[in-house]
Ligand binder design. Structure first.
Ligand code: AMP
Ligand code: MG
Length: 278
């Protein structure tokens, strides 16, 4: 299965999340085959990411969005954890500070965009400003409704200056979310993750779904596509995302800089066996 093609939202198409099955997997794969593949893909991503860093010309921005317990942390750990920390960074966007709220919504995001050669993962992103903000009525509709275009313009600007963008929505079912909340309750080491807001947000499930449908329909562009990843099965989610990221990096045809010295000359001058032991 070509995950890139299967899960990419075509620009201008109307997404209906109810029609996309969060439990979907690939009939040719299972947990074991996927884990072997993910290990191989991680290695490839690691190599390519370090070449991107060496090339120092372009960058990659990966946006992760999901409802609570959707698996953003898992993706960061499994897929992105394989990259070299030199040239790779995660930026998490939580509730905005007073300072951030005193600025335009893109202000805090601008500061975290990748520099040349870098891979940056957004754990939540500027999309919260048309999702939670809309669902929880944090700013008037007259303001948030303009943001889709502002976001598209912002991303287009990044792309024209050499940043490649991939955006993943981790699609889980309401039942799977509750199951994961329960798993957290049963695991003391993860109690810190539990908040009552996560439960109360479940009452807004349909509002979140509509807000996401608008994001996916309005902001999946040729230059910055959205992918809806079926995420009830963690193994499949990790496989699909690793494959899409590896293919993207591969397609960049990264050119590692040519040596600035004459390698043969250096070899001869400093590494040829010296009889006198110098
Ligand atoms: P978590 O990712 O679970 O640690 O929680 C971060 C929280 O910050 C989530 O509940 C988000 O909805 C919230 N958040 C992120 N960005 C914004 C924003 N722009 N406005 C309001 N809340 C936000
Ligand atoms: Mg939360």
């Amino acid at each position: 299965m070509n995950y890139e093609r299967e899960f990419r939202v075509s620009p201008g198409s109307r997404v209906r999340l109810k029609k996309l099955d969060p439990q979907q997997t690939d009939k040719d794969e299972d947990k074991h085959s996927a884990s072997r593949k993910v290990a191989r893909l991680q290695k490839r991503i690691d190599e390519l990411q370090f070449q991107l860093f060496a090339e120092d010309k372009r960058s990659l921005l990966i946006c992760l969005q999901a409802l609570d317990a959707g698996g953003k942390d898992g993706v960061i750990r499994h897929v992105i954890g394989s990259m070299n920390p030199q040239g790779c960074r995660v930026a998490s966007f939580k509730q905005p500070s007073a300072e951030e709220l005193a600025h335009d919504f893109l202000w805090r995001v601008e500061q975290e965009t990748p520099r040349r050669g870098e891979v940056v993962i957004f754990n939540r992103s500027h999309y919260e400003d048309v999702i939670v903000v809309r669902v929880r009525d944090l700013v008037p509709k007259s303001l948030w409704s303009q943001r889709y275009e502002q976001i598209n313009a912002f991303e287009h600007r990044l792309v024209t200056s050499g940043t490649h963008i991939l955006k993943f929505f981790l699609h889980i079912s309401k039942e799977e979310q509750l199951k994961r909340f329960k798993d957290r309750l049963d695991d003391k080491s993860r109690w810190w993750k539990i908040s009552e807001a996560d439960y109360s947000d479940r009452e807004y499930w349909n509002d979140y779904a509509s807000a996401y449908e608008d994001v996916l329909s309005k902001c999946s562009t040729a230059h910055a596509p959205w992918y809806v990843i079926p995420s009830d099965h963690k193994w499949f989610r990790n496989l699909a995302i690793s494959q899409i990221i590896a293919d993207k990096l591969e397609a960049l045809r990264i050119q590692v800089p040519k040596p600035t010295v004459d390698i043969a000359e250096i070899r001869k001058k400093y590494h040829a066996a010296k009889k006198d032991g110098r």
